[in-house]
Design a protein around this ligand. Structure first.
Ligand code: TPP
Length: 320
């Protein structure tokens, strides 16, 4: 495969930094008691959302999970509206009433973060079916975790997507745990990608901390989907640095394991590649990181200056 151009590579670097900085700030402000509700951070998994979304056009769609900030940012989600939503402010994506797990932006093809584990598959099938029915060449990516891979909804979605040759790419983020349960205790297979064979679709395993490996595998799968050849499953092996949610004491895994994965940090790894390939100097990359930090600071200031929703709006936009 032709390697991505310089602009795409630097955009990927910026996106990974954006997710890292956004999540780092949330970690800090959640601990300071400034953020209501549950927050599940994506720290350490930045290469998956970034590589996968870089393989998509704006008109393509994604379904997300409870750990969705990275997916939304990588698909172009607005930093200020995201931060304001997580802060519970009226200027947020859901007017401050949805919080971290309910961010969506249909104009960008972000079909929604989701608190129901395994709910993304059926939504992605619906989205992909709609595009096939309308005869567009648009593709849907379904992000889902290793825990979600055991859900009936996910298996049914894999089956239906393959039977109907839907333009869908299943991107599995295998971070090794479903809350506190390690993968080895919840499934017999080592590679979730092996399950693709049961549905007669390609299944590949990639290093989920290597943004280019993710990009390349998802690009191939997207091409196949656009050609009308149906879905693929791309398993990205990665790790979440934080606990399942902020506040999780994380007693179920050892510090050595975490340290092994911290040493595989996807951002400096990618930076080294970019410098070695002559794409950018260390100073240029540093300037990108500094710019991103300023953007995230501005988003925090915007969120903190925004009003809370009015109590009179409590039942507005309630559909059920
Ligand atoms: C249908 C359903 N069952 C259980 C839960 C509780 N729950 C929330 S997150 C989670 C684990 C998800 O693990 P995984 O899919 O691997 O995603 P990760 O948190 O590792 O990103 C569970 C069981 C839920 N939200 N929805």
């Amino acid at each position: 495969m032709k390697s991505p151009d310089k602009k795409t590579l630097l955009e990927m670097f910026a996106t990974m930094n954006k997710i890292r900085e956004f999540e780092t700030k949330l970690q800090e402000f959640f601990a300071a008691g400034k953020i209501p509700g549950f927050v599940h951070l994506y720290l350490g998994e930045e290469a998956v959302a970034t590589g996968a979304c870089a393989a998509l056009d704006t008109t393509d769609s994604i379904t997300s999970t409870h750990r969705g900030h990275g997916h939304c940012l990588a698909k172009g989600g607005d930093l200020r509206r995201m931060m304001a939503e997580i802060y519970g402010r009226r200027t947020g994506y859901c007017k401050g009433k949805g919080g971290s797990m309910h961010i969506a932006d249909f104009d960008l093809g972000i079909l929604g973060a989701n608190g129901i584990v395994g709910a993304g598959g059926p939504l992605a099938c619906g989205s992909a079916f709609a595009q096939k029915y309308k005869k567009t060449d648009r593709v849907t990516v379904c992000f889902f975790g290793d825990g979600a891979s055991n859900q009936g909804t996910t298996q049914e979605s894999l089956n239906l997507a393959s039977a109907w040759k839907l333009p869908l790419v299943f991107v599995n983020e295998n971070n090794g745990y479903g809350i506190s349960c390690p993968q080895c205790k919840s499934m017999a297979v080592t590679d979730i990608a092996d399950r693709a064979a049961a549905y007669d679709m390609p299944g590949v395993v990639v290093d989920g901390n290597d943004v280019l490996a993710v990009y390349e595998a998802v690009t191939e799968a997207v091409k196949r989907a656009r050609r009308g050849e149906g879905p693929s499953l791309v398993e990205c092996k990665t790790y979440r640095w934080r606990g399942h949610f902020e506040g999780d004491a994380c007693t179920y895994r050892c510090v050595e394991e975490l340290n092994d994965w911290l040493a595989k940090d996807p951002i400096p790894r990618f930076a080294t590649k970019l410098v070695e390939a002559g794409i950018a100097s260390q100073d240029e990359l540093e300037a990108i990181s500094v710019g991103i930090k300023a953007d995230v600071e501005a988003a925090v200031a915007y969120a903190e200056a925004s009003p809370y929703p009015d109590a009179a709006e409590l039942l507005d936009d309630v559909y059920a």
